[in-house]
Structures are given as C-alpha cells and as structure tokens.
Write a protein that binds this ligand. Structure first.
Ligand SMILES: [Zn+2]
Length: 238
C-alpha cells in the first residue's frame, strides 16, 4: 500500500503517528510524509527563510530513517490560509502519492494550521479522480481511507483504533529527535516547561497512555473518518 501522512508542521507527524508509519515501512509499504508549512516561524534567532530551510532538512532526515519521501507544500507557519491554489496543491499531493491510507490532524485541535490541514484533506478527498480539476500530476482514481491522529497532549480525543508501536517506539523517538532546531524553540516559546517535557517526554507519555488503553507497552491511537468514500471493509492499519 501507499501511505500518506499530512501534518501542518515539521515534527507533527513524528509526535502523532511516526510509530505507525515506521511499522508500515518495516512491512514493506511505501510511506510519504508531507507538511502544509515549512515551520518557518519556529526560531527566536534565525530568519524565516533560514529556519524554514533548516526545518525541511530536519523533516527529510527524519523521513529518511524509515525510507519515506518527505514533501513540503511550503506555506507559511501560523499564517496558513485556504484558497484555490492551496486546494490544488493538496490535490496534486494526493495524486503524486496515490495513497491507500491518509493520516492527518483531528478536525478539532488546538492549532489553526492543524485544523485547516485536516479540513482541506477532508474537503479535497473526492477530487483527485476528477479530470476537469487540472494539476501537474494526472488524476488518481482512488478514495483513500482516512484516519485522524490525536491533537497535542491528546485532549478530548477518544481513539476508535490503536496500533501497537512497541517495536517501533525507538524509531519514532529518533525521528522526533531529528527536529533538533525545535528543542531550543520549545524552551523559548513555552517557557515554564522543560525542553524534554515538551519534546520527547510528551510523546512518550501519550504513547504509554494509549498503550495502557489497549494492553501493550506503546501505542498510537486514531479516529477513523466515517464519511462517505472514506470507508472500506477490512483493516488498513499495520
Ligand atoms: Zn503543529
């Protein structure tokens, strides 16, 4: 299968579904990791151009750990807005990746870039096969299954499905640690928290909690999108 995870910012995917992606990759599936933005406001010292370029390098390094392809749609971090060209870029992305399964943010989240990414993924879902919507990539005739991953800290999120990531937790952690520039930024932007608390410890706590819920050491939880054309028989999770 082809698997596409779409997050708003570099490091969102690592926090929320990288264990599942690592598991898919280990099983021989093709994985794509995409972000709507380059994360180009995530620095107190570097310019937007400098931090955007650095964060794309970090995201590509993380994706490479599981043999995934990283694609950045390169919109502005925290100033991400919807228009015709944004929608065409998302349709083109889906056509390029030809996914059987898409992972994206939960529709309700704390961050507007996350919520908008989720909404656009939902809204363009039936458009990739349509000939009269023209993008660089040709139409793709498929309706992928969609899973939402949890919002930061898991607040208000009750999974419908779980993936045991115990054997892939270390890979998930190494992928998150590729986002080196964000350690300094997190400490700066979220003062009052220790760097580890907002970085790998948060991620580990969530994975342990979801593991506790389904009887394994580490898990990731998802909500299956139950709207028309997103539902297929059988399990698509690894
Ligand atoms: Zn984010």
């Amino acid at each position: 299968m082809n698997i596409l995870a779409i997050g708003a910012h570099p490091d969102d995917i690592e926090c929320c579904c990288a264990g599942t992606l690592a598991k898919y990759a280990a099983q021989g599936h093709k994985v794509f990791i995409a972000t709507s933005t380059s994360g180009n406001i995530g620095s107190a010292t570097l310019s937007k151009e400098e931090i955007g370029a650095l964060r794309k390098q970090e995201a590509a390094k993380s994706a490479a750990l599981i043999g995934a392809e990283y694609i950045c749609l390169d919109y502005d971090d925290e100033l991400f807005y919807d228009d015709v060209n944004v929608r065409l870029a998302f349709i083109n992305l889906v056509r390029h990746c030809k996914p059987d399964v898409i992972f994206t943010h939960n529709p309700h989240d704390y961050n507007p870039d996350h919520e908008l990414t989720s909404k656009i993924v939902h809204d363009i879902h039936v458009m990739p096969p349509i000939n009269n919507i023209v993008t660089e990539e040709p139409p793709f005739d498929g309706f992928p299954v969609v899973y939402y991953f949890e919002p930061h800290k898991g607040l208000g999120f009750v999974p419908t499905d779980y993936v045991d990531i115990t054997d892939h937790f270390e890979t998930k952690k190494q992928m998150l640690l590729c986002h080196e520039s964000q350690k300094a930024w997190m400490a700066h932007a979220y003062s009052g928290f220790s760097v580890d608390e907002v970085f790998t410890e948060d991620m580990e706590t969530t994975a342990k909690y979801r593991g506790l819920q389904c009887g394994v050491k580490y898990a990731e939880g998802f909500v299956r999108c139950n709207d028309a054309y997103r539902v297929k028989p059988g399990s698509f999770l690894p």
